[in-house]
Design a protein around this ligand. Structure first.
Ligand SMILES: NC(=O)c1ccc[n+]([C@@H]2O[C@H](COP(=O)([O-])OP(=O)(O)OC[C@H]3O[C@@H](n4cnc5c(N)ncnc54)[C@H](OP(=O)(O)O)[C@@H]3O)[C@@H](O)[C@H]2O)c1
Length: 343
């Protein structure tokens, strides 16, 4: 197949591109060429800015494609413009959305029919600053933009939960691995909380299987919610980094206590969120359609192996807040142990 990937050089798109080339597809990527990613040499790279209509017009002249996969859309008006301009030269369109479109997440379980935030397919926010509160509604607007152009017959919408694996640039799993490697006492909450991040390679596999089969519709994409726990992930991180000089000692701390001490959920302790249902995404539809997810421990091991090989993710200032300050972490551990008479 001839496949166009809008994006394709940071993380999810990059893995989709490598996977698609590995499957023998003829792949075109469209991005600004700012990231240093080394893509397979067979990839046809088109440089352009998706915010500039003339760049998209000149891209469209290089079609047709059997399928386009929009991995990089987050501004509805820009997604609408791109979809309109490439629609005449693509048969099938996929849009990479997110769990954040659900209004009730992370407070209640979500399936594909759960209520969404209000969205506007023409919205063009003046600022591109990362705003966690705007992200969900903007992605809803992006989905609506795609639906406006492609209807439901030629459109596949993916709503992944958190995505992990080699090349992850947000720095969630990467931070935990590096923290465990530093060793010593490690502040760790919620060992029994179920967790369901999806490995980027499993997401890619699912998307490409769907694309190859002309799959349409909306899919939540994540492993089963009971498949692993937060504790499993953290113990796997501690195991794989193997720092015999200074092994990591996991100090399990009560979640409400952390909240009472002002620890910022999701960022200071990545992937930890003390809400009712942060990891209760229903994914039966995708599982029935063939989604297969590897064990989280394999994602942990492979991400560490990638880091050890010198793997570097693209850097993003907006995600630099991930991870707790070492002095603050130690102070919290000391307080916790003192209060619980373990020192
Ligand atoms: N990370 C998660 O846990 C998570 C969870 C759920 C959903 N998602 C969704 O998954 C997707 C993540 O994708 P990714 O960032 O890993 O994708 P990616 O396709 O690997 O990287 C983003 C691409 O967009 C290009 N790009 C950025 N601005 C552009 C512009 N103005 N014009 C043209 N190209 C542009 C970048 O290249 P240049 O800089 O060279 O232009 C890069 O190739 C997002 O849609 C996100 O909403 C992520």
């Amino acid at each position: 197949m001839r496949i166009l990937v809008l994006g394709g050089s940071w993380f999810v798109g990059r893995v989709v591109v490598e996977d698609a080339v590995g499957r023998g597809h003829e792949v075109t990527v469209f991005n600004r060429g700012r990231s240093p990613a080394v893509l397979p040499e067979q990839v046809h790279r088109v440089t352009g800015d998706r915010d500039r209509a003339e760049d998209l017009r000149s891209l469209a002249r290089q079609g047709p494609w059997d399928a386009a996969i929009d991995v990089s859309g987050s501004v509805p008006a820009a997604v609408l413009r791109a979809a309109e301009l490439v629609a005449p030269v693509v048969d099938h369109y996929s849009f990479m959305s997110t769990i954040s479109v659900y209004r009730d997440w992370p407070h209640a379980p979500v399936d594909e029919d759960s209520p969404l935030w209000d969205g506007d397919p023409t919205c063009d926010p003046l600022t591109r600053q990362w705003d966690p509160d705007a992200y969900g509604p903007l992605k809803v607007g992006c989905e609506m933009a795609c639906q406006r152009v492609f209807g439901n017959d030629g459109l596949l919408i993916l709503r992944p939960h958190v995505i992990l694996g080699p090349h992850e640039y947000v720095g969630r799993l990467r931070w935990w691995l590096k923290r465990m490697h530093r060793g010593g006492q490690v502040l760790t909450p919620a060992p029994d909380r179920g967790i369901q991040p999806v490995d980027v390679r499993d997401l890619s596999n699912f998307v490409l299987n769907q694309v190859e089969n002309g799959g349409v519709g909306i899919y939540n994409v994540a492993p089963d919610s009971g498949s692993a726990s937060y504790g499993d992930m953290l113990r796997a991180c501690a195991d794989v980094v193997r720092s015999p000089q200074r092994p990591a000692t996991l100090v399990w701390v009560d979640e409400d206590w952390l909240v009472s001490r002002g620890v910022t959920q999701w960022t200071e302790l990545p992937l930890w969120r003390n809400a009712a249902a942060p990891w209760s995404m229903k994914t039966d539809r995708a599982q029935e359609a063939g989604l297969r997810c590897r064990p989280l421990t394999q994602t942990v091991d492979d991400t560490w192996a990638w880091l050890e090989r010198g793997g570097r993710a693209v850097s993003h200032e907006r995600f630099s807040e991930h991870g707790i300050d070492p002095a603050r972490e130690q102070s919290l551990i000391t307080q916790w142990l003192a209060e619980h008479r373990q020192v």
